[in-house]
Ligand binder design. Structure first.
Ligand code: FES
Length: 162
């Protein structure tokens, strides 16, 4: 990590850098996280320390609703993958990609299959919100835990609370 130079030429990074510069009342951990965010490439997920942001304009798979991807977002879900599901043009659901039955990874979304499938014991979950649609062959699974999010449609930025 570079500490001496920040390339803050893009508008979003400008905002983050300005926030860090004027953030005297912001706790240290937040300021340091904003500085880290300044160092990231535009469009990559960033962790502000308060919420994680994802630039949806950089993810063509999520350009229209309904759509869903499986991805890893720095600072979210302890590094485990999450599903980002675009429900409408202005609303998203974000939920874990780890099965609640035995903790194994759920398959990536398949456009030819209506649900998300866990290959280990065949549980199935909603692509929209991660709710259980079919229980595993033995035992039971719970709905996939979700992460609170807000979407800024004007900026195409999804903010997710870790
Ligand atoms: S770990 Fe997913 S169904 Fe068992």
């Amino acid at each position: 990590m570079k500490n001496e130079h920040h390339d803050c030429s893009a508008s979003r990074r400008d905002f983050l850098c300005r926030s860090a510069a004027v953030g005297a009342a912001i706790p240290f951990i937040t300021i340091s996280s904003l500085i880290v965010a300044c160092e990231k490439q535009e469009g990559s997920p960033t962790n502000s320390g308060v919420f994680v942001t994802v630039d949806i304009s950089t993810i063509p798979e999520l350009a229209t609703a309904p759509s869903i991807i499986l991805t890893s977002v720095s600072g979210l879900n302890n590094g485990d993958p999450v599903f980002i599901s675009r429900v409408t043009s202005t609303s998203f659901n974000v939920f874990t990609g780890i099965c609640t039955h035995s903790g194994n990874p759920i398959n990536p979304p398949d456009a030819s299959i209506a649900r998300l499938e866990c290959p280990f014991h065949n549980a199935e979950f909603s692509k929209t919100d991660g709710t259980v649609q079919k229980q595993p062959t033995s035992g039971s699974a719970r709905n996939l835990p979700t992460f609170v999010n807000t979407f800024d449609a004007a900026k195409n930025i999804l903010s997710i609370t870790p």
